[in-house]
Ligand binder design. Structure first.
Ligand code: FMN
Length: 441
């Protein structure tokens, strides 16, 4: 039986089981990694990358269930919710990070933003990514997440290359201003520590950061950034090994991940161009990084997490679903999204995933076009029932690059931004707008 056909049964098992159960002594001592993010043990050093518009609760669930299905039996949790091993909160199959949410929207208690940080109660570790440009607002948002027990781990996004964000000094432009970076991370770490004490929480909520190499090859920031965030108390750093100027073009330069690992003593998570389980192992071997972050490779392929987990445990397994199994996953994904956000929004959200799921399978243009306009779960079932469920796995054509690519772009920055690595009053004022209309990247 393939892993894909196992997933729906697990979903039922999870729904039936209870939350918050201690599964002490379930783990084999042969975990592939000693990675810790603050107080959280991450024995399988794999992270689902935060992706705006993609890594909502439904997609995180599919990825995590897929990853957990490949854990060795004595390592796989049998019940729902947080896993506490020897008193330590543990992420058996890795971390699965939310879409980023802006700190200002969280502080303003925007309903949509709050729904994005209300994680699914079956999650093992609640990893939430924040995007913010102003230390007090970031601190306030962190305080909300910790006081209201909404997160176990908070990641800060300093890598967004979108012009409308960098033009105002946010995203990947921000680490250029060393003082601002330091102030934001310090404020976040302190706010988390204070809220943990005020709420009498059982364990600290670590703060990590995710960034790119820099603005362009002449303005690299990642090494200074590591020194600064380590000093400010961050628990780990993830590096997407591209500059903002590269956007998603070319190749991630994995050698820089090795340079970063040598440069600081924080746990380093390498990111960029992992398309298969073996790529993850290879990135760790080449760079010495402590774990990997995987984004586009799992778009339309949540089962990549089974391959990633298997690879970390030394197996070469490859999930190779035929079209019928892909259809089962699409239907499951649709039902999860409908539960999460209502059928209308859920089915709309599913459309882009359908395009990714069907990539490489023999589905005619007309059927594809109809599926991209689907408006209900019933219509989805009807349209999917017309496809050839026996069509085999397409092979290597679906295992390479997918998702965003494009060409390099000159980063848009505020006037004079590169003149000094420290923020001036005018630049500070310009940042006020940098949280509007942010959509990830
Ligand atoms: C659709 C999309 C949305 C993204 N949104 C975010 C985001 O919200 N926060 C973030 O830090 N990175 C975001 N990213 C970047 C990814 O987390 C990751 O760094 C990047 O895709 C490189 O990894 P990959 O080669 O495995 O895809 C996004 C990427 C994509 C493709």
């Amino acid at each position: 039986m393939s892993l894909l056909t196992v997933i729906p049964a697990q979903i039922k098992q999870i729904a039936d089981s209870c939350h918050n159960t201690d599964v002490t002594d379930q783990f084999s001592p042969l975990a592939p990694s000693q990675l810790s993010i603050g107080p959280i043990a991450v024995p399988t050093p794999v992270v689902l990358a935060p992706m705006a518009g993609v890594t909502n609760a439904s997609f995180r669930y599919l990825c995590r269930k897929s990853g957990e299905s490949a854990l060795p039996e004595n390592f796989a949790p049998t019940v729902d919710g947080p896993v506490i091993h020897d008193g330590v909160l543990t992420a058996p199959a890795g971390l699965f990070v939310t879409e980023m949410v802006t700190t200002r929207a969280l502080v303003e208690r925007n309903e949509k933003t709050l729904s994005m940080v209300r994680t699914d109660p079956t999650e093992r570790v609640r990893s939430i990514q924040l995007y913010g440009v102003e230390p007090d607002t970031v601190a306030h948002a962190v305080r909300i997440l910790v006081l209201e027990d909404l997160a176990d781990h908070i990641d800060l996004n300093f890598g967004c290359p979108v012009p409308k964000v960098t033009r105002k000094g946010g995203g990947a432009a921000l680490p250029w201003k060393r003082d601002l970076l330091k102030d934001i991370v310090t404020a976040a770490v302190k706010a988390s520590e204070k809220a943990e004490r005020d709420a009498n929480r059982e364990r600290p909520v670590p703060v990590t950061i995710k960034t790119r190499l820099g603005i362009d090859t002449d303005h690299l920031t990642y090494l200074d950034c590591a020194t600064i965030v380590e000093g400010a108390g961050a628990a780990a750093m993830a590096l997407h090994a591209r500059t903002a100027a590269q956007h998603y073009s070319g190749h991630a330069d994995w050698s820089t991940i090795g340079v970063l690992k040598e440069h600081c003593s924080l746990p380093i998570l390498g990111n960029g161009d992992i398309w298969m389980g073996s790529d993850a192992v290879e990135m760790m071997r080449q760079t010495g990084c402590d774990g990997v972050v995987v984004g586009r490779g799992c778009q339309g392929r949540p089962w990549l997490f089974a391959d990633l987990v298997a690879a970390m445990f030394g197996h070469e397994q490859r999930v190779a679903p035929n079209l019928g199994e892909v259809i089962t996953t699409i239907q499951e994904h649709g039902r999860l999204l409908a539960d999460e956000m209502g059928e209308d929004r859920g089915v709309r959200d599913l459309r882009k995933h359908i395009g990714w799921y069907l990539k490489g399978y023999p589905v005619g243009g007309a059927a594809r076009a109809e599926l991209m306009k689907v408006t209900s779960l019933e219509e989805l079932d009807t349209l999917l029932s017309r496809l050839d469920a026996d069509a085999p796995y397409p092979g290597s054509t679906v295992e390479g690059p997918r998702g965003r690519a494009g060409t390099p772009k000159r980063p848009h920055l505020p006037e004079g931004w590169l003149d000094s690595p420290y923020l001036n009053a005018e630049e500070q004022a310009g940042l006020a707008d940098a949280e509007h209309d942010v959509s990830g990247g």
